[in-house]
Every structure is written in C-alpha cells, then in structure tokens.
Ligand binder design. Structure first.
Ligand SMILES: *[C@@H]1O[C@H](CO)[C@@H](O)[C@H](O)[C@H]1NC(C)=O
Ligand SMILES: *[C@@H]1O[C@H](CO)[C@@H](O)[C@H](O)[C@H]1NC(C)=O
Ligand SMILES: *[C@@H]1O[C@H](CO)[C@@H](O)[C@H](O)[C@H]1NC(C)=O
Length: 277
C-alpha cells in the first residue's frame, strides 16, 4: 500500500465508507479492496463516489485513532519470535502510518469519520509468540484474524476490551489456557473461532448469551465443561464443540486422551476478572 497515491486512497476511502457502513459488504472484500486498490471499483460497481457523504480522511496528517495503534503494533513486533515471511519489515518504526503496514486494514470510524485500524489479518503469516495484553488497547478493532500462525501462551483477558470486535479468529495456533470470562464483554461479537488449539477448562456460559453470536467454534481443543446457554447454541449449530473432552457430548476425544491432558500441569491463570471497559 505504500505507493498508492492520495487520490487513489481518497477514492478508496469513499468506497470503503460507502461499502462498510451503507452496504455492509463483508470484511474479506474490504480487505481485498484495500490491498488491491485498482480492484475496488469492479468489486462494487454500484459504489458511486457521489453517493458517499462528504467526510474525507484528514489530508496528509495521520488520524489520532491510527496513531494510537502505532505503539501497540511496535510492542507486538518486538514480541514476534518468528517471521519467516518478512512481514515485520513493513512495520517500519519510522513510519507511524500504520496503513502502510502489511496485515492491517483501516476504514473510517462512524462516529467521527476518522480513519482507524478496523482489522488485522495475520492469516498464515507464521508468526510465533504470545498475544500481547496490549491488544486490549486496540479498542476500535472490528476484526482480528490471527488464525494459522504459531501463537502460544494463554488468551489474555484484555481481549474482552475489544468492544467493537465482530470477528475474532485464532484457530490453528498453539494457544492454551481457559477462555477468559471477559469474553462475555464482547457485545458485538458475531464469529469467534478458537478451534485447533490446546485450550481447556470450562467454557464461560455467559459468553453464549452474546446476542449477535452466530458462530462459536470450540472444536479440537481440550475443553471439559460447557453450560446450559452454550448447550442451547450447540442445538442451533452456533457452537461447535467437537473434538474436546466434554462428558455427554458426541464426537469427543477418548477418555484416555482427556485424562492424560487433564493430569498435566497447567500454566495459565483462571482469568475470572471481567474488565468490560
Ligand atoms: C464501539 O464500541 C463502543 C463501546 O461499546 C460503542 O460505543 C461504539 O458505538 C462502537 N462503535 C462501533 C462502530 O460499533
Ligand atoms: C477461522 O480461520 C479458519 C482457518 O484456520 C477458517 O477455516 C475459518 O473459517 C475461520 N473462521 C472465522 C469465523 O473467521
Ligand atoms: C488434548 O490433550 C491430549 C492429551 O494430553 C493431547 O494429546 C492433545 O494434543 C490435546 N489436544 C489438543 C488439541 O491440545
């Protein structure tokens, strides 16, 4: 994105504003549009610039909402232990404009029409390392696609601070520990995938009361308990609990495998605090 002209960016922003908040175009398309600006018009032929409101991104300057992400990203950068694809080179500490970094996509924040980082897509970057607690400061983040990496450690309870998150995907990593109770604070959450990790413990039942939830993928972990609210969502096929250690559910791991896992020492804290703001 480093070489797109301001004009292209302006057009793109108008397109994004239009598509995100007026058409509800899905995130994959938004991301594609950002990464390949020339594809934007064909991706949404109906998004005529004249149909967008007059809000324009602040010319030249970097929006304060974007600037807030800069230290968080630089901190995360210092913790990434493996970067075989050279992604981190694009996270230039001398460039505070996060829009130029690979893996981040931006659009306008509805309330003040300022540019903000709306999503991260690290899908397949092969990053290794923990998810930093500072992720909780990325409050306007709507989508976090951290799937298919080698992330390790416990899920930080600060994830519960991502009040605008609609999609959170950490599937196919090496995360462990329980789901923090703070996940119940994610009031806008629609899709959460925790599949294919080494998560364990009791699934917080309050999380299954999130009204917008359409998918909670718990498959292929070592969860051992699930409550009545989540069971309702299993029946509705919102929650996928297969490949765990939950008594009484079909398609679970063998008792021997579960006993072996349960008897191993666990390193993550219980995470019962619920910081919703
Ligand atoms: C983001 O979350 C805050 C706090 O819950 C809320 O007031 C705001 O409307 C949300 N913004 C969007 C764009 O959803
Ligand atoms: C999460 O990522 C996996 C790939 O690891 C993908 O198959 C799945 O559809 C994604 N789920 C969501 C909710 O984004
Ligand atoms: C669950 O525990 C078993 C037994 O320790 C282990 O072999 C397996 O890899 C664990 N599964 C996951 C997905 O972590």
């Amino acid at each position: 994105m480093g070489n797109i002209s301001f004009f292209a960016f302006l057009l793109l922003s108008i397109f994004l504003l239009h598509s995100c908040f007026y058409n509800g175009v899905d995130a994959g398309l938004r991301r594609k549009a950002l990464e390949t600006p020339s594809a934007a018009p064909s991706a949404a032929p109906s998004a005529a610039p004249s149909a967008a409101p007059s809000a324009a991104p602040s010319a030249g300057g970097i929006s304060p909402r974007i600037l807030k992400f800069y230290p968080i990203i630089q901190e995360f950068k210092n913790r990434v232990a493996n970067d075989p694809k050279g992604i981190l080179k694009t996270w230039d500490p001398n460039d505070k404009n996060v829009r130029n970094y690979k893996g981040f996509f931006c659009d306008l924040y509805p309330a003040d029409k300022q540019q903000t980082v709306a999503g991260v897509d690290f899908n397949g970057f092969e990053f290794a390392g923990p998810i930093p607690k500072s992720i909780g400061q990325a409050k306007n983040l709507r989508e976090a696609l951290l799937n298919d990496n080698q992330l390790t450690g416990c899920l930080p309870c600060e994830i519960g601070l991502l009040a605008n998150a609609t999609v959170f995907n950490v599937s196919a990593n090496s995360l462990t520990g329980p789901i923090p109770k703070s996940f119940q604070c994610l009031a806008d959450l629609e899709k959460l995938s925790l599949a294919k990790n080494q998560l364990y413990g009791s699934v917080p039942d309050t999380m299954c009361k999130i009204s917008k939830l359409v998918l909670l993928d718990l498959s292929d972990n070592n969860f051992s308990e699930i409550g009545p609210e989540c069971k309702k969502l299993i029946a509705q096929k919102v929650v996928d609990p297969k490949g765990n250690c939950i008594n009484g559910l079909p398609n679970q791991r063998s008792k021997a495998e579960c006993d072996a896992f349960l008897s191993k020492p666990k390193s993550c804290p219980a995470q019962n605090t619920i910081p919703c703001s």
